[in-house]
Design a protein around this ligand. Structure first.
Ligand SMILES: Nc1ncnc2c1ncn2[C@@H]1O[C@H](COP(=O)(O)OP(=O)(O)OP(=O)(O)O)[C@@H](O)[C@H]1O
Ligand SMILES: [Mg+2]
Length: 239
């Protein structure tokens, strides 16, 4: 792969819900192995951007390419199989499946081309899950559910891992554990696109950042450039 061809490239993406347009031309690129923070105030379109990129929300205009191949309009399961793992807002854990079953189902549906994570590797990342293999989704704490959501995404062998508010509502110690695991995942060469409220941690983890304002990308640049620009943080993130 050349530097000119990003792993994920979205150009002028438009999407919305029914008659309600939300994205008005989103341009976003993630290179192989790169980590990118997707930022913006509440309701600006971060989750919709993620969903549109991976086929969960239909696109009404623009294009998405993965590894140079057009994936615009492909169903989400096909895009997932090309090596995109999602850790969704709200975690998406099934109440009546056990930890072991969540991981097994993800492994069966895998076909990703990223680093191989098997159950042993995932349980090494999250030792708490190893102690709870036969617990149901409902029996897990919020932090354990989040770890399982990440582990499940890794089992599909993603080249790109997308996380939407993966530390939301968790205790500080659990949040710290998740940030440290994300750094290890990044170290394995997996590209990351991440939405989170913790700007310092995002700037620490990520190479680049993009800010969504009313369904458009208002800024896209290095994490260092965003870190240095307090005025931009104030204007678009309110921090
Ligand atoms: N399922 C839906 N049906 C209709 N409108 C929706 C739906 N989901 C989101 N929206 C609207 O789309 C806009 C963008 O929402 P989105 O969830 O993408 O924002 P966000 O940046 O992820 O916000 P948050 O920080 O609160 O998670 C908002 O105006 C929201 O009300
Ligand atoms: Mg959201």
């Amino acid at each position: 792969m050349t530097a000119a061809q990003p792993l994920l490239a979205a150009v002028d993406v438009h999407a919305g819900y029914g008659q309600h347009p939300v994205l008005h031309g989103v341009d976003l690129a993630v290179a192989a192995g790169e980590s990118v923070a997707l930022l913006g105030r509440n309701g600006m379109g971060k989750t919709t951007t993620i969903r549109a990129l991976i086929g969960l929300t239909p696109i009404s205009g623009g294009s998405v390419q993965l590894d140079g191949q057009p994936v615009t309009g492909l169903p989400a399961h096909r895009i997932a199989r090309l090596g995109v793992g999602l850790v969704p807002e709200g975690r998406g854990i099934f109440p009546n499946l056990t930890v072991a079953e969540h991981l097994a189902v993800a492994a069966r549906s895998s076909g990703g081309r990223g680093p191989a994570w098997d159950r042993t590797a995932v349980l090494a990342l999250f030792p708490r899950l190893a102690e709870r293999l036969d617990h149901l989704g409902t029996q897990l704490s919020g932090g354990e559910q989040q770890m399982l959501a990440i582990g499940r995404a890794l089992m599909t062998g993603p080249r790109l891992l997308i996380l939407d508010e993966a530390t939301e509502g968790l205790a500080p110690r659990v949040r710290a554990e998740i940030w440290s695991v994300l750094a290890r995942i990044r170290g394995e060469g997996v590209a990351i696109l991440i939405v989170d409220r913790d700007l310092p941690q995002l700037l620490h983890l990520c190479d680049r950042a993009a800010i969504v304002v009313k369904g458009r990308i208002a800024f896209q640049g290095t994490a260092a450039a965003l870190a240095a620009d307090r005025a931009m943080q104030q204007r678009w993130l309110g921090v």
